[in-house]
Structures are given as structure tokens and as C-alpha cells.
Design a protein around this ligand. Structure first.
Ligand SMILES: Cc1ncc(COP(=O)(O)O)c(C=O)c1O
Length: 467
């Protein structure tokens, strides 16, 4: 493109922005009727792109049109109400719309001096989330890219605080020669907090893994034994929402025991912590609010567009002291609410704004009603399936996850393959209690009873076909 055509905003740019918005609307409008899995795998898709570095530029509108033309063949139906794989929120349209603006505004949300708007909206969404999640209003909150980073930040903060209790300042001294911190973690924990333990330099090989029951909940007797063996204040990682079963650790019993030992409790609540927003579900995770830090995703149950999650720490000063990296050109620490004081990143997109838009759109009541509806649909599906000969439900359905097994692992695998191949609905695979399972996660904002009936029919169709 000739240099003299580069203006802040050309007609071509305008056309590209419109085309992107129209393409987004068309994609979302078709979603309910389209297949939930991509037509092409990466290798086949790669052949659709010219692999060489373009020497000459192309018009903005042609770039966007080309992207839209090819995208449909390689997009997974993550946003579809019939997508039940992994644990994926549906990127609510109002959130996606706000995200367009975030990209167009191009704010660097690092500091309130840089972008007062981004800082104020993000502070508001953090306060709203604390209120919704029924956690103390004065917690520190960092808006991060997801639960893996949120867990990592929580664990790094815990590490620094626990070492400080032993008189060791990690920021200055690092970890070589530091006192020992015992790490205790449930045997059925997600890989994300395990990664956090690694990234924090605490060593997974040095951790104690607690025995769990058949839902993945830690055994209190195992925690008691592990705590008795600690000669230093430990870090204990618990979980709200086991990925296969949705189960919650016994917080009300476990957390006071850890505190008694001078330890820190971090909770991975990537999706399950959202149950704490709902008064009628809250007793299932009673006591979780007495932990020291929590990780929760916005792109899961809040249905925010990827990528967004929260690292929440009861002692805000502990979070800020572990995360903040101030240059002389930034506001003095503690004077204002600064997004980057609570995150590993300095420069970052204003990824809290789409979540603000979703909460503003649904209201607290709408968020709660969505969670209740998903949990009720999970019970409805499991009750229907449990009545079918040859199909077993492998979990107590306490949340939105349903773990399904057929007569043998071989049948389960073939049933899942056939369902995914037909692409009407998309559950994913898991392994639970040594068995292959079909894992269903009901979490998309638009999923309704008709989608669950279709999922049930598809499971039955595949089961009859492969037996
Ligand atoms: C229980 C749990 N923890 C952590 C994660 C990781 O979350 P993210 O992929 O947002 O980093 C997940 C993802 O599904 C999860 O289910």
C-alpha cells in the first residue's frame, strides 16, 4: 500500500470495520443451525492460506472478507448452545459487542492515568463480581486472561505471604535458599493450579497430594494427616467445581484446619465458584468465602468472550505487593485503583469491559437465573440418561457437569466419536475413576431444554448404533 494512503481512518478501514461487524452478526445468527465442529482440521485448513509472507499489502476490506470466507470451515462451535465440551462459556453477544469497542478504542488499560474509562469500568466490574460471588468487598482483584493465570497469581501471592511469615522477602531474595513451604493439593485437582505451583517455583514433586472420594473431594482425614506432618505454614489448594463431577471440596471443615496451622488456602473455582452467587446453591460450597485467594473465570459461567478471569485475594495489599511493578511515570502505589497493580501484566487490553456489559445486561438476577437453569438442565439430562439401560451417570450431579459412561470403555469411546462426527451437539471426552467418560458441561447462556433433549437423542442414537 502506498505510504501516502495511510491515514488515521480511510474509507477502506471503514468498510473493513463494517464488514467485521456484519460478519459477526451473520455468524451469530447462523450459530443455532450450524454444525458444532469445524469442517477442516488444521492441516487441511492451512492449505487455504498462502503460506508465504506477503510482500505487498492488500486492502483492509479484502483481508477481512478473506478471513470471514475461510473462518467458517475451521471454527469450533464454542459459542453454540449445543456445544457441551470442556467448560466453555458462549461469548454472549452483548459481551462480544463490547469487545469490538475495546479493540477499536485500543486502550492500554495498565493505569488510571492512561485510561480513566477502562480503569473505572474495570474497578466497577471487580466490585460487582465480589458482590455477586458473595466474597468480602475489600478483596484485591486482578483481571487476567483466565483461571490458569488467576491460579498462578493466587499461588505466587500465597508463596510470598507465607515466606514473609517466615521472615523471608521473596521480591528481594528470590527463592534460592528460601525456607520451605509445604504445598498440599487435592489428588483430583485440575492441571491449572498444578501449573501455578510449578510457575511459582514451588515444585510439583515436593507437593503432597490428598486422597479424594469418588467425586474428587479431598478427604478430611487425609488433610488432617498432611497438616500434622507440616513443620511450616502450608499452602493448601482446594477446588470449587471438579472438572468431571462439578464437586466441591469440604471447605467449611478444611479451611479452619489450615488456618489453625498458620497456612493459606487458595481455591481454584474456575467455573464452580459461580455457584456461590446463587443463594439456593450456596450451601453446596459453604465456607469457601473463608479462603485466602480464589481463581474464577469470566469466560466460563459469566459467558464473557475469551479471554477473561479473576484472581481474587482477601488481603489486597498481599496481591499488590506480589504483582505490582511500578515505573516512576505511574501513579504512586496505593493512591488510586490501578488495574496493573493486581496483575502480572503492565500493558493490557481492557478485558474487563465485556464482563461489565454482560452483568449490566443480565443484572444480578439474570446471572443467577442462568446458573440455576444450567444446574437444573444437568439434573434433567442425568435423570433421563440414568433410566436408559447400559448408560451410567458417574457423578452426583451437584452443578452443571454430567459424567456419562456406557457398558464398556470401548462403547463409550465409539458413542462419543459418533456424536462428535454427526456434529449436532458436542460433548467432550474425559477419564473418571479409571473409566472413559462422555463429559457434558452445560454452561452456554443460550442453552435451553430443547438443546438438552437433542443431546439426549443424539447420545441414544449413537448408543443404539454402536452397541
Ligand atoms: C476447574 C478448572 N480450573 C482451571 C481451568 C483452567 O481455566 P482457563 O482455561 O480459563 O485457564 C479450568 C478449565 O476448564 C477448570 O475447569
Amino acid at each position: 500500500m502506498p505510504v501516502d494512503e495511510i491515514l488515521p481512518m480511510t474509507e477502506d478501514d471503514r468498510a473493513a470495520l463494517w464488514a467485521a461487524a456484519c460478519g459477526a452478526v451473520a455468524y451469530r445468527a447462523d450459530l443455532d443451525a450450524s454444525a458444532v465442529k469445524p469442517d477442516l482440521r488444521p492441516a487441511a485448513l492451512a492449505s487455504q492460506f498462502d503460506g508465504t509472507l506477503p510482500d505487498q499489502g492488500a486492502s483492509a476490506i479484502s483481508v477481512i472478507e478473506d478471513l470471514i470466507a475461510v473462518a467458517g470451515k475451521g471454527l469450533q462451535g464454542h459459542a453454540s448452545p449445543r456445544f457441551f465440551g470442556y467448560v466453555c462459556g458462549g461469548s454472549m453477544p452483548v459481551g462480544a459487542a463490547a469487545d469490538f469497542l475495546v479493540a477499536a478504542w485500543g486502550q492500554n488499560a495498565a493505569s488510571s492515568w492512561e485510561s480513566p474509562f477502562a480503569a473505572v469500568v474495570e474497578q466497577t466490574v471487580c466490585e460487582w463480581c465480589l458482590e455477586l460471588l458473595h466474597l468480602p468487598a475489600d478483596c484485591g482483584v486482578g483481571i487476567v486472561s483466565g483461571a490458569t493465570v488467576a491460579n498462578t497469581q493466587g499461588i505466587i501471592t500465597a508463596r510470598d505471604a507465607l515466606l514473609a511469615r517466615q521472615g523471608w522477602e521473596t521480591g528481594e531474595n528470590g527463592l534460592f535458599g528460601a525456607p520451605h513451604i509445604p504445598v498440599i493439593i487435592g489428588g483430583a485437582a485440575h492441571s491449572a493450579p498444578m501449573a501455578g505451583v510449578r510457575y511459582a517455583g514451588l515444585g510439583l514433586g515436593r507437593a503432597t497430594y490428598l486422597e479424594t472420594d469418588n467425586q474428587g473431594r479431598i478427604l478430611i482425614s487425609a488433610l488432617q494427616k498432611a497438616l500434622a506432618e507440616c513443620n511450616k505454614p502450608p499452602l493448601v489448594v482446594l477446588q470449587a467445581g471438579q472438572i468431571n463431577t462439578g464437586a466441591f471440596d469440604p471447605f467449611a471443615e478444611a479451611i479452619p484446619m489450615v488456618h489453625e496451622a498458620g497456612g493459606w488456602v487458595h481455591v481454584d473455582g474456575a467455573f464452580g465458584l459461580w455457584a456461590h452467587a446463587v443463594p439456593e446453591l450456596r450451601d453446596r460450597l459453604a465456607g469457601v468465602d473463608s479462603a485466602d485467594s480464589w481463581a474464577v473465570d469470566l469466560h466460563k459461567w459469566l459467558n464473557a468472550p475469551y479471554d477473561a478471569g479473576l484472581c481474587i485475594v482477601r488481603d489486597r495489599s498481599a496481591l499488590v505487593s506480589s504483582m505490582s511493578a511500578r515505573g516512576a511515570y505511574l501513579p504512586e502505589l496505593g493512591k488510586t485503583w490501578e488495574p496493573s497493580d493486581s496483575t502480572l501484566e503492565l500493558s493490557r487490553r481492557a478485558r474487563g469491559i465485556p464482563s461489565y456489559a454482560i452483568i449490566r445486561h443480565l443484572g444480578a438476577q439474570g446471572v443467577r437465573a442462568m446458573i440455576v437453569r444450567h444446574c437444573a438442565l444437568a439434573v434433567y439430562l442425568s435423570d433421563r440418561l440414568a433410566a436408559e439401560p447400559g448408560i451410567s451417570i458417574m457423578n452426583e450431579v451437584v452443578l452443571n457437569q454430567v459424567a456419562i459412561a456406557c457398558e464398556t470403555d470401548e462403547v463409550t469411546t465409539k458413542v462419543l466419536e459418533r456424536i462428535q462426527q454427526r456434529a449436532q451437539v458436542y460433548p467432550s471426552h474425559g477419564v473418571w475413576q479409571g473409566r472413559q467418560i462422555i463429559r457434558v458441561s452445560i454452561i452456554n447462556h443460550a442453552t435451553d431444554k430443547a438443546d438438552i433433549d437433542l443431546l439426549f437423542d443424539e447420545i441414544l442414537e449413537a448408543h443404539r448404533a454402536v452397541r
